[in-house]
Design a protein around this ligand. Structure first.
Ligand code: HBI
Ligand code: FE
Length: 263
């Protein structure tokens, strides 16, 4: 992986899996995790989608300390057949897609520093666990992610990963959902963010666009600031339906069209 990544890749296997080494976390790291959890816990009732709220209730120990991945994996396997695979951080696309295509979600093992309480560039254990893991308990969401993983391996063969990564960005990381109670967040980047979780729902500035696959696949995104546009699904069933077709003709059609910036 790129040298500037901060995780310890020295003991990673060929699939980039590592031991979580739960005993290795310091009391300070558990305390920081708890502070992050408590900050978000104040916001999720108002801003998170119902599926996430239902799932976190089943992970009661999730707030006290950094979770034990093997313990959660046992619960997760029983619920949707998924499990957590501990990784040192960001991993190459083929390893990432292969894990998803085998119903394994890569969760980073390291914890951010206290000075990164409000913003962190690379996903740490809090972003990955708090943002991504609860929704893996939802059958439809989990099935979509499984299809995404298989689609990712295909996209690599078609040199279309850049287009597919935008789909992941505007759904799994920064997606919004329309619910009876109004717009709610399901994206992990939103659910784990101290500021963007309220912003994405309440702030009048960002655009909230109906889900449109081809438009999403053409839309550039910023990684170091709040999004100026979000895409809104009606439900995970809706997301599943919209992403069911074979993407090959779509890639061919949009590959050489200019990227869209402010969607
Ligand atoms: N690795 N650990 C980890 N987590 C991710 O979310 C991730 C990754 N590698 C590649 C990647 N995401 C994206 O490039 C793909 O969605 C395209
Ligand atoms: Fe993420």
């Amino acid at each position: 992986m790129k040298p500037e990544l901060r995780g310890d890749y020295s003991r990673a296997g060929p699939d980039y899996a590592v031991e979580q080494n739960w005993a290795g976390y310091s009391a300070a790291e558990h305390a920081l995790y708890r502070r992050l959890f408590e900050r978000q816990a104040k916001l999720v009732a108002r801003y998170a989608c119902p599926e996430w709220i239902d799932a976190i209730a089943r992970l009661e120990s999730a707030g006290r300390e950094i979770p034990r991945f093997d313990e959660v994996s046992r619960r997760l396997r029983a619920a949707t057949g998924w499990e957590i695979v501990a990784v040192p951080g960001l991993i190459p696309d083929d390893a990432f897609f292969t894990h998803l295509a085998n119903r394994r979600f890569p969760v980073t093992v390291w914890m951010r520093r206290p000075d990164e309480f409000d913003y962190i560039v690379e996903p740490d254990v809090f972003h990955d666990f708090f943002g991504h893991v609860p929704l893996l308990f939802d059958r439809v969401y989990a099935d979509h992610l499984y299809e995404y993983g298989k689609g990712g391996l295909k996209a690599m063969r078609l040199d279309a990963v850049k287009m597919l990564a935008r789909l992941y960005w505007f759904t799994i990381e920064f997606g919004l959902m329309r619910t009876e109670g109004g717009i709610r967040a399901y994206g992990a980047g939103l659910l784990s963010s101290g500021g963007e979780l309220a912003y994405c729902v309440d702030d009048p500035r960002p655009r909230r666009l109906p889900f449109e696959l081809e438009r999403i696949m053409r839309t550039e995104y910023q990684i170091d600031r709040y999004q100026d546009a979000y895409f809104v699904i009606e439900s995970f069933e809706h997301l599943m339906r919209e992403t069911a077709p074979d993407f090959t003709p779509i890639y061919a059609r949009i590959r050489n069209l200019p990227a869209l910036h402010s969607p």
